[in-house]
Design a protein around this ligand. Structure first.
Ligand code: PLP
Length: 484
């Protein structure tokens, strides 16, 4: 079990369960059970969480206890709830299903699925030769114990050089290699945030960052991004000044999910405002290499930092390959030493061989990244073309980089659509996954990391399902096939 959800919390998540489309003929208990299944399918209600006692939920929903009892019974019958006398009831899934990184349920052997839930590319062809070359280098490390908490020096130097080349002079002792950007974020949070500390994030934002923050028991405040323009400077600076968060987590380059690029002027003002109120900035540069259409990048946010307020994190996953699990932190040298001390209590160090592979890939960065940009631009344009053709009512801002676009739908149907497309072999990450409070139902993140033909096929299937929802008069509360 991972925890417990209280009656009022579940009631909030359940929202308008009693007024859902298509439930006119179904009894209350079935509607309640169906909504719980929907929340499980979206990943908004975690697996293994203990549900409130029947009486508590009945009180929170202001319904009879019998209705809750019947709903729980139905959830047990469908395999979504396990109960043990005295221990309560906790959420589970029927059959052979698990939770994907997107929070959506996936069958283990589902290779036919067009997965638009994950915004990452397959490995580049150069990966194999880099891996072979790395094995040739390995003997140089085999006489030592192999623990390098801040990373092997060759990789730290290569990463530092890349920052310097971006106009931000950086030395190897300012770099700590991590096992991915997600790991970098987690380590920085361990170092910089006490439980209950306040963190400002963009809304929408990267869901696994929200998960990392939840793991550190952060209190989260949000800055809402405008669908077309991105950050609203006065509002962002105003929130920093008013809430004075301990940390702010921002993705200034081709923000996930919206694709926005923060202009230089705002970067400078954010750093100044953060320093004035005592906020440290975690700047996630996951997509910094992936600009398109010749878009010039503003200077790195850390360029404006004079007081070690900015901790930059980044990694190999987006331009190279997620399976490599190599990321890094750029901070002051003393901060890197403190992070290394924290890290020793977590995972000691990253694998030497993988770091050597990363060194070889970075040595070939220019060619690999140039290919990636071309590939992504072609795929983005194929996705945009298919959307314009099949779903012309949806509004999209064309991203000038990164791997995702953030579509504004023609209605608040994102979660319903994601449930329906599972049945036609397309996995989607619906808008609410990128926020905190179950809103963003009018939005959908669409990555362009699959081959163009797959993207066009996926949009065709999404469009068919979208119009089916309409033909049914938006009556049906569809459940994912994997659960039904
Ligand atoms: C903004 C952002 N940060 C971090 C990550 C995680 O990256 P990594 O695979 O390097 O841990 C991702 C991956 O999608 C991301 O989009």
């Amino acid at each position: 079990m991972t925890g417990q959800v209280r009656g009022v919390q579940l009631a909030r998540l359940l929202g308008q369960w009693h007024a859902l489309p298509g439930r006119r003929r179904s009894p209350d208990y079935a509607a309640l059970a169906g909504t719980v299944r929907g929340l499980l399918a979206d990943g908004r209600l975690p697996l293994g969480v203990r549900l409130p006692a029947e009486r508590e939920l009945a009180e929170a929903l202001r319904i009879s206890r019998t209705t809750v009892t019947a709903a729980y019974r139905q959830l047990r019958e469908t395999g979504h709830l396990a109960s043990r006398r005295g221990a309560g009831s906790w959420t589970m899934l029927p059959g052979n299903h698990r939770v994907a990184s997107t929070g959506l349920w996936t069958p283990l052997d589902d290779r036919e699925m067009l997965d638009l839930g994950v915004a990452a590319l397959a490995a580049p062809p150069q990966l194999l030769s880099a891996a072979r070359a790395a094995t040739e280098d390995l003997p140089r490390y085999l006489s030592g114990a192999g623990y390098h908490p801040t990373g092997i020096i060759e990789l730290r130097e290569a990463v530092a050089d890349a920052y310097t080349a971006r106009g931000l002079p950086t030395s190897a002792d300012q770099i700590m290699v991590t096992s991915g950007t997600q790991h970098a974020l987690d380590l920085v949070l361990r170092l910089a945030l006490a439980p209950g500390g306040t963190v400002l994030v963009e809304s929408p934002t990267y869901p696994n960052a929200l998960a990392a923050l939840a793991g550190r028991r952060a209190r989260i405040t949000t800055h809402g991004l405008a669908a077309d323009g991105g950050w609203e400077p006065d509002l962002l600076l105003g929130s920093l000044r008013q809430t004075r968060p301990k940390l702010a987590y921002l993705i200034p380059e081709f923000q996930n999910p919206t694709g926005h690029l923060m202009p230089a002027s705002l970067r400078e003002r954010v750093v100044a405002a953060a320093h004035a109120v005592g906020t440290d900035l975690i700047i996630d540069e996951s997509f910094v290499d992936l600009s398109m259409d010749g878009t010039e990048l503003p200077p790195p946010v850390a360029t404006y930092d004079r007081h070690s307020r900015v901790i930059s994190i980044g990694g190999m996953s987006k331009p190279y390959w997620g399976g490599l699990r190599i990321g890094w932190v750029r901070a002051s040298a003393p901060q890197v030493q403190r992070l290394a001390a924290v890290r020793v209590g977590v995972d000691m160090a990253s694998p030497v061989l993988d770091q050597l592979v990363a060194v070889h890939l970075l040595a070939d960065a220019e060619a690999i990244v140039a290919d990636r940009r071309v590939q992504l631009a072609v795929q983005r344009d194929a996705l945009l073309g298919a959307l314009a053709h099949r779903l012309p009512e949806w509004r999209v801002t064309v991203p000038r980089g990164g791997v995702t676009l953030w579509a504004e739908l023609d209605g608040p149907v994102s979660s319903a659509l994601a449930r329906a497309t599972e049945e036609v072999g397309v996995r989607l990450a619906p808008g609410p996954r990128f926020g905190l409070d179950g809103t963003l139902e009018r939005f959908l993140r669409l990555p362009f990391t699959l081959p163009a033909a797959d993207l066009v096929e996926a949009v065709g299937r999404i469009a068919a399902v979208r119009y089916d929802l309409d033909r049914a008069g938006r009556q049906r509360w569809r459940e994912p096939a994997v659960i039904a």
